[in-house]
Each structure stands twice: as structure tokens, then as C-alpha cells.
Design a protein around this ligand. Structure first.
Ligand SMILES: C[S@@+](CC[C@H](N)C(=O)[O-])C[C@H]1O[C@@H](n2cnc3c(N)ncnc32)[C@H](O)[C@@H]1O
Length: 259
């Protein structure tokens, strides 16, 4: 067994079963390309009420997730790591973490490409998690965006989904991740399928031409154009070829002459 996958500590395990039981990820799990183990945090409590939260020191609204059950859960998940030669990255989901990106997804999929590597996600709820968890148990704190969710479960799923689809064998050729937004550091080109005309809206002629060189040029130009219009910040960082730079200058000239 390759032992590549994701472990999750949560108080809502069912959320994961629902999403991972459908479509591409379901198929990948059936093919054992990686595995996902979900741990119910309440199983690691020691009191009869299975308490995972408590009032915040210093007062204020809401509850805070306690360190003891999380410590017990992390220890239990990691207990056999050393014996099995396993390397593991422990991630805490938090709106205060490092902003997640396609680049991070690519780095993490490379990290997991080696055998005996796993990621462990700690999902917060309520007002958040006792700060000592971050200080003592966590390698990375990750945010999936500048907004606040009710819990870390969706964030963990977003990260797992984006990494899994980059793993070998997860996507079929027809679902390839090769030419997508951010893969080249810019946004994807527009897509069309049949019919060639719908309520007067036509598919660009070049896509029906069968001329692959011209189709490639059109797509590259459209990708650069929409990145310039929607996300100029990406273009500043993207590695553009000489041909791309010419396309960009040409688009800029066109936009200037329109003004
Ligand atoms: C209501 S939030 C707590 C927010 C916290 N009081 C703050 O302002 O930073 C509860 C949990 O949801 C998760 N969460 C919320 N927003 C997130 C985001 N943007 N990215 C990742 N996790 C998030 C975290 O696990 C967090 O502990």
C-alpha cells in the first residue's frame, strides 16, 4: 500500500462522506489512488458529555475549541507514523492562515507524490481553536480566502479536491488539468460546445476551422486578453514567452486604439 492520503479531525464527519462519495473523487478513492480517513473529534474526549469546546478566557462571545481532545486526536492519528516511516504535514484551517492558491495545490500534490506521505487537517468550529494548538501541533495554517466560514470542513474539502485532481490517474484525459486557469499562471481561455449557434450567439469561426495552429493561437490570445481584463495582477507574475509578450502588446495596442 502506498499510504498516500488525507486525515481529517472534525466534529462533523458526515460532511466528508457526502462530498467524497460522488464523482471524480469517489472514483479515485475506489481505485485507491489515495485514501481519506475521517476522525470524529468527540471520540477523543474524556468526559461523559464528549465536550470539545469551552468558554473563552477573558470573556467575549462564542465558544473556543479545547486543546485536549485535539491533542489526543493528533497523537492517536500520528501514533504509528514513526514506526511506518511516515511523513506527515499537519494543517490547521483558519481565515488567518496563508492564502491558498493553485501554486500551493501543485506543491502539495508533489509533496504527496512520494510514498508514505500524508496530510492531516484540523477543522475548527465556533470562535476558533485554542491558540496553543497552532503553537504546538501545526505545521501550516491555511486560509481558503478572505471570508469567514462556520467551520474548517469546507476549507479542507476545497484543499483536498484541488490537490487530488493533480494526482496521477485521478482525472481522465478528457478532464485533463493541463490547460486550466492558473496552470500557466494566467486564466483559462473560453470554452464552447455544440450547437454552433444558439439564439443568434455563434461559436467563433476559428474553433470550427479544424486548423489546430490557429485554434491554439486564438486560445492563447483569449487567455491573455481575459487575464489582462479580469486579473492583471496575475499577468505581472506570469512567465510569458516572447510570443505571449507580442500578443499582450498587440492586445494593449488594440485596447488603446479603442479608447
Ligand atoms: C467562525 S470560524 C472562526 C473565525 C475566527 N474567530 C477568526 O475570526 O479568525 C470557525 C472555523 O472555521 C474555519 N474557517 C473559517 N473561515 C475559514 C477560511 N477562510 N479558511 C479556512 N478555514 C476557515 C476555521 O477552521 C475556523 O476555526
Amino acid at each position: 500500500m502506498k499510504n498516500i492520503g488525507f486525515d481529517i479531525i472534525t466534529i462533523f464527519p458526515e460532511i466528508f462522506h457526502a462530498y467524497l462519495g460522488e464523482s471524480i473523487l469517489k472514483r479515485a478513492l475506489q481505485k485507491e489512488l489515495f485514501d481519506v480517513k475521517v476522525y470524529n473529534l468527540r471520540d477523543f474526549t474524556t468526559d461523559k458529555h464528549r465536550t470539545v469546546d469551552d468558554y473563552p478566557y477573558g470573556g467575549g462571545p462564542g465558544m473556543v475549541m479545547k486543546i485536549e481532545p485535539i491533542y489526543n486526536a493528533v497523537k492517536a492519528v500520528k501514533s504509528a507514523d514513526y514506526k511506518n516511516g511516515l511523513e506527515r504535514l499537519t494543517v490547521m484551517l483558519s481565515p488567518q492562515g496563508k492564502a491558498y492558491s493553485q501554486e500551493m495545490a501543485e506543491g502539495l500534490s508533489e509533496y504527496l507524490a512520494r510514498e508514505n506521505r500524508r496530510m492531516l487537517f484540523i477543522c475548527g468550529r465556533y470562535e476558533g481553536i485554542d491558540e496553543r494548538v497552532r503553537e504546538s501541533l501545526v505545521d501550516e495554517e491555511i486560509s481558503i480566502g478572505d471570508y469567514v466560514l462556520t467551520g474548517g470542513e469546507l476549507a479542507a474539502l476545497v484543499i483536498i479536491d484541488s490537490i487530488a485532481r493533480l494526482m496521477p490517474g485521478v482525472l481522465g484525459d478528457e478532464e485533463s488539468a493541463r490547460e486550466e486557469s492558473f496552470t500557466w499562471g494566467i486564466l483559462d481561455y473560453p470554452h464552447y460546445t455544440r450547437p454552433p449557434e444558439f439564439m443568434g450567439m455563434k461559436v467563433p469561426d476559428v474553433l470550427l476551422s479544424g486548423n489546430h495552429k490557429e485554434i491554439w493561437k486564438w486560445r492563447r490570445r483569449e487567455a491573455i486578453k481575459r487575464t489582462l481584463q479580469r486579473r492583471p495582477d496575475l499577468l505581472k507574475r506570469a512567465e510569458l514567452s516572447e510570443e505571449d509578450k507580442e500578443i499582450l502588446e498587440d492586445i494593449n495596442r488594440g485596447l488603446c486604439s479603442e479608447e
